[in-house]
Write a protein that binds this ligand. Structure first.
Ligand code: URA
Length: 208
């Protein structure tokens, strides 16, 4: 069972970080710590994953396990270093046995995510996998088919661009997805409008 939301996000957030939260009893039980977003507070690109896994829970940072390595390496290939992007999750506490976050848990954490997005004000939000894509777009998403698609949503009255992307773990299960994953990150680099996106790898716009 999930508690009602009793606090406004601001009461338990410091800047972009949740400092204390006990809204989801099952997650409070299973977590070692709250895993907040990571990266600059003025980043142009915000990646949103599903929720922390075992490594993230132990280290207190999102995407530091095997999926994180794939993400980091592919970011470098498209010229977007991890240090220049922000990475967060739909829920900030590790679900037991890595199950998907439940609807009520996603709802409990939604205010934190929306506050993080509003304060960051990114050029582009990249949703990594089905859970964050469906959570933000509020529709069912066929991620393999729709990866690379940009959709505009309104959050708290502001327009936000969402780029649907495969979860990096998908490339570990199926190496043939790596190309589509890289292409979507290239799109993120192109849409970020950031100077960092031109530093390293080849941009899709180079040569035009
Ligand atoms: N997968 C996610 O969705 N988030 C993480 O932080 C790590 C793996």
């Amino acid at each position: 069972m999930v508690d009602d939301q009793t606090d406004s996000p601001e009461e338990t957030m410091d800047g972009l970080e949740v400092t204390a939260c006990e809204r989801c009893p099952a997650l409070v039980e299973s977590r070692s710590q709250i895993v907040n977003g990571d990266g600059p507070t003025d980043a142009d690109v915000l990646f949103v994953g599903e929720g922390p896994g075992a490594t993230e829970d132990a280290e207190g940072r999102p995407f530091v396990g095997r999926s994180g390595s794939v993400l980091e390496e592919t970011l470098l290939e498209v010229g977007l270093e991890r240090e220049h992007v922000r990475i967060t999750n739909c829920v900030r506490c590790r679900p037991p046995e890595n199950r998907d976050p439940r609807t009520g848990e996603l709802a409990n954490c939604r205010g934190y995510l929306e506050t993080e997005i509003a304060r960051l004000d990114p050029e582009i939000i990249v949703t990594l996998g089905k859970v964050p894509s469906e959570h933000l777009l509020e529709r069912s998403v066929a991620v393999t088919k729709e990866t690379g698609t940009v959709e505009e949503i309104r959050l708290d009255g502001s327009p936000r661009r969402v780029l649907i992307c495969l979860h990096p773990a998908a490339t570990l299960y199926n190496r043939s997805q790596l190309g589509a994953f890289r292409e979507t990150l290239e799109t993120a680099a192109d849409l970020s409008g950031s100077d960092h996106s031109r530093r390293g790898g080849q941009s899709r716009l180079d040569g035009f």
